[in-house]
Design a protein around this ligand. Structure first.
Ligand code: NAD
Ligand code: 0WE
Length: 256
């Protein structure tokens, strides 16, 4: 398949082979896109080099802590210079301090609230602003979200509030960037067993709950997130912007 032939993209959020970002990057690569990658810090450098290196020794791999404006500026300067333009951007980044995901939401500290929103929501605005000048033939920006943005999922806490900000930011960005043919959408994924999910107490029970209650009676597979990511990046989605697409085996439609 060559749905994304000739497209140039940048991927934020690969930590290891289980990362949703890696599933979507592989799908984009198989569809013909050429990709650059960023990693959060030295700790993840080797992982990302090993994974992204399989796409060719010339693959651009750069550090980027999304809370650092200078690192974001450097990424777009380098990728802009090497690629000349950009068509695709994947935002697959989230973080809240662990204690904020354990206790009650009412006890969220000012600092945990700030960090969760900085990393998980504001970063989409900053990355979109960095990428837009290079998306000269239009573009597709895709961000990952979760159902806890719209309904209470116990313990998701401040991350749910940050995802609500991410989804609202997606709509405002879609409005601003629409005249430049840059589309901005979210994929709301059902639970996936990744590094970010594994630390969560009761995550295995959550997978069982989805399996029992989702219309499709199973959990979403990483490849299925890749397929939706490829669709949103492709010209088949040329009239879709500002949306949240649920890739959750139907869980979101249920009232009980
Ligand atoms: P993951 O741990 O593989 O990915 C999270 C990524 O965020 C990591 O690569 C990490 O390095 C990056 N990150 C955190 N802080 C950062 C910072 N300051 N700067 C740069 N990068 C930073 O886990 P994942 O489950 O693949 O998560 C990816 C996205 O998918 C997140 O937005 C998450 O909220 C979302 N999501 C996950 C699930 C799930 O069940 N796993 C469900 C729905 C949505
Ligand atoms: O977005 C997420 C998880 C994001 C996340 C995970 C961690 C774990 C380690 C953000 N910050 C941190 N901080 C850490 O220190 N998901 C959608 C997965 C997830 O996390 C949950 C969930 C689900 C689903 C937390 C509680 C309840 C459900």
């Amino acid at each position: 398949m060559s749905q994304l032939a000739g497209k140039l993209g940048i991927v934020f959020g690969v930590a290891n082979k289980r990362s949703i970002a890696w599933a979507i990057a592989q799908a984009w690569h198989r569809a013909g896109a050429r990709l650059a990658f960023t990693y959060q810090g030295e700790r993840l450098k080797e992982n990302v080099e090993e994974l992204a290196g399989t796409f060719g020794a010339d693959t651009i791999i750069l550090p980027c802590d999304v809370t650092k404006d200078d690192e974001i500026a450097r990424v777009f300067a380098e990728v802009g210079a090497k690629f000349g333009k950009l068509n695709l951007l994947l935002h697959s980044v989230a973080f809240a301090p662990k204690d904020a995901l354990e206790g009650e939401f009412v006890n969220t500290s000012r600092e945990a609230f700030r960090v969760a929103h900085d990393v998980s929501a504001y970063s989409l605005v900053a990355l979109a602003r960095g990428a837009a000048p290079f998306m000269t033939d239009g573009g597709s920006i895709v961000a990952m979200t979760y159902y806890g943005a719209e309904k209470v999922v116990p313990h998701y806490n401040v991350m749910g509030v940050a995802k609500a900000a991410l989804e609202a930011s997606t709509r405002y960005l879609a409005y601003d960037l629409g005249p430049r043919k840059i589309r901005v959408n979210c994929i709301s994924a059902g639970p996936v067993n990744t590094l970010a999910a594994r630390g969560i107490a009761g995550f295995t029970d959550m997978l069982k709950h989805y399996e029992a209650h989702a219309p499709l009676k199973r959990n979403v597979l990483p490849d299925e997130l890749g397929a939706t990511g490829t669709f949103l990046a492709s010209d088949g989605a040329a009239a879709i912007t500002g949306q949240v697409l649920y890739v959750d085996c139907g869980y979101q439609i249920m009232g009980m």
